[in-house]
Design a binder for this molecule. Structure first.
Ligand SMILES: [Zn+2]
Length: 237
């Protein structure tokens, strides 16, 4: 003969444990998501550093290109200077002189451009250093968060083990048919299989309970379910 009053008490206790277990499982399951969010946030912040590093590389390439151009101009000047010794007429000499003047003017423009690139590289290098410093701090913050989350996960796992052991001990005392019913409702009704009646409403679905049902629940002579949401009903002492 099943003692229904005792069984309902056990189910209420079981529901309390299961609510805790489900809450902790949710918490545990959310941790990988938080971790990957931390990483993607960090990667986003790193993209600024990458941009400045790329800009620096592009500037260095541009500088090399300009230095190549400058070298070519200097070679032309050398070539013309040599030719000046070989020309026969004053006219030719003057023409070369003018040509050299033009090439030298071009060269000094290129030199100015190179100096400007050096300044830009300096500025970029400062920005890269600042970004690295910023990311170093962000990385430390992220690592700290990760360590904390890992510790949280371990703590939650060990709490869950403890609660599940308690659950196993408790379910041994519950009638197997009642337990099967409880488990079915728990799975189908969002982790809440047992609901109290407060005032005149079921706290599972907040539906109004007829006086007849409330009386039956109060009598505790059988398991009474909410007609609306099927949850097992009880009245808090
Ligand atoms: Zn209900």
């Amino acid at each position: 003969m099943i003692n229904t009053e005792e069984q309902i008490k056990l189910l209420v206790e079981l529901q309390k444990l299961d609510s805790q277990i489900l809450k902790m499982e949710d918490e545990l399951n959310s941790i990988p998501e938080i971790l990957s969010k931390l990483e993607s946030d960090f990667n986003e912040k790193s993209s600024n550093l990458k941009k400045h590093e790329d800009d620096t590389k592009a500037l260095q390439l541009k500088r090399k290109e300009k230095e190549g151009e400058l070298k070519a101009k200097e070679d032309i000047v050398k070539k013309y200077t040599t030719q000046m010794y070989q020309v026969k007429t004053n006219k030719e000499y003057t023409a070369l002189q003018e040509e050299i003047g033009r090439v030298k003017a071009d060269s000094s423009l290129i030199e100015e451009a190179i100096l400007k690139i050096f300044d830009q590289v300096d500025a970029e290098n400062k920005e890269v250093a600042a970004q690295k410093e910023f990311l170093k701090k962000e990385d430390a913050v992220m690592r700290e968060e990760k360590t904390k989350l890992d510790a949280d996960a371990l703590r939650i796992k060990s709490d869950l083990d403890r609660l599940k052991a308690q659950r196993a001990e408790l379910t041994v005392k519950v009638d197997q048919k009642i337990l099967a019913r409880y488990d079915r409702i728990l799975a189908n009704k969002d982790g809440l299989a047992v609901a109290p009646i407060t005032g005149e409403s079921c706290q599972g679905c907040f539906g109004h309970m007829p006086a007849q049902v409330i009386n039956e629940v109060r009598m505790k002579s059988s398991i009474i379910c909410c007609e609306n949401c099927t949850r097992i009903l009880y009245i808090e002492e």
